[in-house]
Design a protein around this ligand. Structure first.
Ligand SMILES: [Ca+2]
Ligand SMILES: [Ca+2]
Ligand SMILES: [Ca+2]
Length: 978
């Protein structure tokens, strides 16, 4: 038989060999995947005062000055007070050294005294939050129930739990002016629960990774809508905050009242885009399911929502905790959201954590992975990025479930594919004798100097446990089988005996961190495995079985895979696919303005090519695959139907199958130079089909620059008056005429374009009449753009302050540059890469004398100033949208000026008499023609009767919030009966 038996094969290995190989791979597998490296045998435990909630919050911290020292900072929000506050419970912050002692934590000396005339610190929960900025950085701790008191002792006494925070320098002292407890944003603002009275600032707090800001959650603000404040730890009065209720929201609403926005906070770069910092705030009661709001700061000191992730189940408290980590190490930060009250009685789930792998900033396509906790465990009460525990290059996370038994902490490992949903390690409170273990977690900092980050876990049982990480070696295996795909039964290749042999090669490599680390592995079973490069070959003789179903009577699988595609768009929330329009050459055209994705619809069929003889081909396609190759400018966000990495279409893809699926591609990497989208698609199968070749899906790109220009003139009415003045007589600008300022604003509504060097803002400035007399005299030009490339020409402007340029000669015309009756000077300003807007201001003067001389008898003149954007570019696929604007300026003579040009009285008399004569003639002619005879309408023509409704019977207009709510049809209402 010919050696082209290409069928799906299943190889059954001989029993003994199989076991050997299997046990070998299993041992390697264990070494590779088990994130086992938190040492549970040598933990450190610290204990605080009973009932103080010591360990409610904690933070690993390292100071560098005055001497290096590592600490575990611990919040104890129910700790008893000292001095004046004995018998009260104001809470406290503790610092614990890294020692084997259990009771050596000391109280940090802050918040010592209280003034009962205007504040109350009993039950203020100092230590509800504690965060460290990192090695040598600052520390923040808060008391979210700190109260302001007013009118103390009076019946009208008020108490407002505004909350406050303390910022401390690295050694936990107050070193500069901004250190200390004056971080009270809600003090001095309007009080009451509908305003800032119940702010509860500091229920959450976080430093931003760029060290520029501290974020404070204040979930009680605005009737528990919640608010996020952000301020600089080094600069006073730089406060950003989320939107106020009812303020104008150009993008979209954030959350409603009772949402608790700011219950949890975090921030990171690479969430919405690579370079930009995005702020993350949990709102666990938003819309009753909970939400997480992604925000950016704008230039008006606001934190503006960019995207909202909603919870999926009622009352699940989605957003109770949030964390950011790059789990798959792709440079895009992923989100981890806890929903500790998620509940499913049937499935016995109590608490969930959602892992959102970042879809390259296209959050509308985010599809979370849900990790479930056990019944009533409150799994997800806290979620934390604990750094790369095993130093494999992927961030790892820890999830607390304080009511799972005595409390547990689950460690999950990041992977190139996202996350390993099986916990790599489970830390159990039972092992440490701690109850409600896992209420707080802090990690990411190497406390013992072995270059592996360590982990501290707090509890509600006044105890905490520090786990140290052990070094890890990573073993990778590479198993290959020869021959790879096809086994030729004719080739009896076993040495020394009959039969077909398959050769299996397995190579093992280990890496260790740090590189100098030399693990002692002599005790391991397969000692020879652990050399940096080692491989062995195992030769086995299998029995080979062929699958022959679905291949017709000839037992040869001849498939007929065909592929068609079309580009289109598809909203994230619906299945509606809209193909892209096509140009004259039938090529799809993708107009890129603000869309973030494009969809490729692929249809694969496996039909007989000739329906009359179906046995010839169209057999099952075994191991059918689609190989997708993309240029650098495209990134796959999501594939429907199959996992993107493998593109398995089925094994086999059956006869008569029709498979339709969608590949969603991110456009974020498309640049101005990209002219077309090309995606190479190649079908593959091990069945017999010779005509499979790469299909290139192509679409043209037209880039629409979403630039807009708008013009504003101040004032938009100008007047001329006075007497004609010779040019030589003018000395100051006031002699020229009225001042006017034009403001041209260029906005870019789309994403920031990096290569905009060839675009220009052009202003057509009507500076003179065609006879050369001055019209609008430019005096100054200010452009907020690139400082090194100024606008051109600058010589047209007033050359010397206080002096005026001169013109001559005479004529009479209407001023418009496009009609040729006026001449314009072209001001051109280069637009460099900018993200929001660029503003050009030109000040000018009306040349009074020209208007007096040339337009003495007009009542109004219109002068047009035009602006547009042009692109000097060889790029043909660039289109400008809304890129032109013009503004008319009305010019009037000052009152009294036109009066001097009077008309003789007899002109008027003659005109009136002539008018009466013409009217009489007209009436006479119409009468003769029967125009005034009444027309008789048919009865069936509907008649309209106007009935006057008495005033008291008319519908009354409602006065709502100061705005008159008019019915649509009542535009103008004049009433004779009032
Ligand atoms: Ca990522
Ligand atoms: Ca890791
Ligand atoms: Ca360590």
């Amino acid at each position: 038989m010919a050696p082209h038996l290409r069928h799906g094969i299943s190889v059954s290995l001989s029993q003994r060999r199989c076991l050997l190989l299997h046990s070998l791979l299993l041992s390697v597998y264990f070494l590779t995947v088990a994130g086992f490296n938190l040492d549970t045998s040598m933990t450190l435990t610290k204990e605080g005062e009973t009932g103080s909630f010591f360990g409610f919050s904690l933070a690993l911290h390292q100071q560098l000055t005055p001497e290096p020292h590592s600490w575990i900072l611990v919040g104890a929000p129910r700790a008893r007070g000292l001095g004046m506050m004995q018998r009260k419970r104001p809470g406290a912050l503790y610092r614990c050294p890294i020692t084997g002692e259990e009771f050596d934590c000391e109280r940090v000396d802050i918040d010592g005294d209280v003034n009962l005339d205007w504040e109350s610190k009993d039950n203020q929960w100092l230590g509800v939050t504690v965060k460290s900025q990192g090695i040598g950085g600052k520390v923040v701790t808060c008391a979210h129930l700190y109260e302001l008191r007013q009118r103390v002792g009076l019946p009208s006494e008020t108490r407002d739990p505004i909350g406050r925070c303390y910022v401390l320098s690295e050694d936990l002292t107050e070193r500069d002016d901004l250190d200390g407890g004056e971080w009270k944003f809600c003090e001095g603002r309007p009080q009451g629960h509908e305003q800032f009275g119940f702010c509860q600032q500091g229920l959450s707090a976080a430093f931003t990774p760029d060290n520029q800001f501290i974020m404070f959650g204040a979930p009680g603000t605005y009737n528990w809508k919640g608010l996020l404040f952000m301020a600089s730890p080094d600069e006073d009065a730089l406060v950003y905050k989320t939107l106020e209720p009812h303020s104008n929201r150009p993008m979209f609403e954030d959350v409603a009242q009772n949402s608790y926005l700011g219950f949890s906070v975090d921030s990171a770069q690479g969430i919405m885009s690579r370079g930009e910092l995005t702020f993350v705030a949990g709102a666990p009661r938003a819309n009753h399911t909970g939400a997480v709001v992604l925000l950016r700061k704008d230039n008006m000191y606001r934190l503006v929502p960019q995207h909202i992730l909603w919870g999926e189940e009622l009352a699940s408290s989605f957003g109770y905790s949030v964390a950011t980590a790059d789990l798959n190490s792709d440079g895009w930060t992923d989100l981890i959201v806890g929903a500790p009250n998620y509940f499913d009685r049937k499935a016995e789930i109590g608490g969930a954590v959602y892992i959102f792998l970042n879809p390259f900033g296209n959050w509308e396509y985010a599809q979370p992975i849900r990790l479930n906790g056990t019944y009533d465990s409150m799994f997800g009460l806290t979620v934390n990025n604990v750094g790369d525990l095993d130093r494999d290059g992927y961030d790892d996370i820890a999830v607390g479930a304080p009511f799972d038994g005595d409390g547990k902490v689950f460690i999950y490992r990041g992977l190139s594919s996202g996350i390993d949903t099986k916990p790599a390690q489970i830390l159990d409170g039972v092992d440490e004798g701690v109850k409600r273990f896992g209420y707080s977690i802090s990690g990411g900092l190497d406390i013992d100097g072995n270059l592996y980050p360590d982990l501290a876990v707090g509890s509600l049982g006044d105890k905490l446990v520090l786990y140290r990480s052990r070094p890890v070696i990573h073993v990778t295996r590479d198993v290959s089988i020869e021959p790879q795909q096809y086994i030729d039964l004719e080739q009896h290749n076993c040495k020394g005996r009959d039969g077909v042999c398959v050769e299996v090669k397995a190579c093992f490599t280990y890496t260790a961190y740090p590189e100098t680390y030399s693990p002692d592995i002599s005790e391991l079973l397969y000692t020879s495995l652990f050399r940096t490069s080692w491989f062995f070959c195992l030769v086995i003789c299998p029995a080979v079985n062929f699958l022959r179903e679905g291949c017709g009577d000839d037992k040869i699988c001849q498939s007929n895979l065909k592929l068609t595609y079309q580009f289109g768009t598809r909203p994230p929330t619906s299945d509606l696919f809209t193909p892209l329009p096509r140009d004259d050459e039938e090529v799809a055209v993708f107009s890129l303005s603000d869309q973030r994705s494009v969809v490729l619809e692929v249809t694969v069929t496996n039909m007989p090519s000739d329906p009359l003889s179906p046995e010839e081909d169209g057999d099952d396609a075994h191991a059918a695959q689609l190989l997708v190759t993309l240029p650098d400018t495209l990134i796959i966000i999501l594939c429907f139907l199959f996992p993107c990495a493998e593109c398995e279409l089925g094994n086999p893809l059956k006869r008569d199958a029709i498979l339709k699926f969608y590949i969603i591609l991110s456009t974020s990497a498309i640049t101005i130079e990209t002219t077309e989208l090309t995606v190479n698609l190649l079908l593959a199968t091990i069945s017999e089909q010779r005509d499979l070749a790469t299909v290139t899906a192509v679409a043209k790109i037209i880039i629409e620059l979403p630039l807009a220009v708008s013009v504003l003139a101040r004032p938009h009415q100008l007047f001329f008056s006075g007497a004609v003045k010779g040019e030589s007589a003018m000395e100051t600008l006031d002699d020229v005429g009225s001042a006017v300022e034009f403001e041209f604003t260029v906005t870019n509504t789309g994403p920031s374009l990096q290569t905009l060097g060839s675009a220009f803002l052009n202003i057509m400035w009507p500076h003179e009449l065609s006879n050369g007399k001055w019209l609008l005299y430019p005096t100054a030009l200010h452009f907020h753009g690139h400082p090194k490339t100024p606008c051109t020409p600058h010589t047209s402007l007033n050359p010397q302050e206080g002096h005026v340029m001169t013109k001559g000669s005479l004529g009479r015309t209407t001023p418009d540059c496009l009609l040729g009756s006026a001449r314009c000077v072209l001001f051109q300003c280069p637009l460099h890469s900018f993200s929001d807007s660029a503003v050009l201001k030109i000040q000018g003067r009306l040349w009074n004398s020209t208007f007096l001389e040339e337009f003495p008898s007009v009542s109004a003149l219109e002068l047009l100033v035009r602006a547009n954007i042009t692109v000097k570019s060889s790029i043909k696929h660039l289109v400008l949208r809304d890129a032109a604007a013009q503004i008319p300026v009305m010019i009037y003579p000052e009152v009294g000026l036109t009066a001097q040009y009077w008309i003789p009285w007899w002109w008027i008399l003659i005109a009136i008499l002539a008018g009466i004569l013409v009217l009489s003639l007209l009436v006479c002619i119409l009468w003769k023609c029967g125009f005034f005879r009444r027309v008789q309408y048919e009865d069936k023509v509907p008649q309209y009767h106007a009935v006057k409704i008495p005033r008291q019977d008319r519908p009354q207009f409602q006065q709502k919030a100061g705005i008159l709510q008019k019915k649509e049809w009542a535009t103008h209402w004049s009433d004779g009966s009032s």
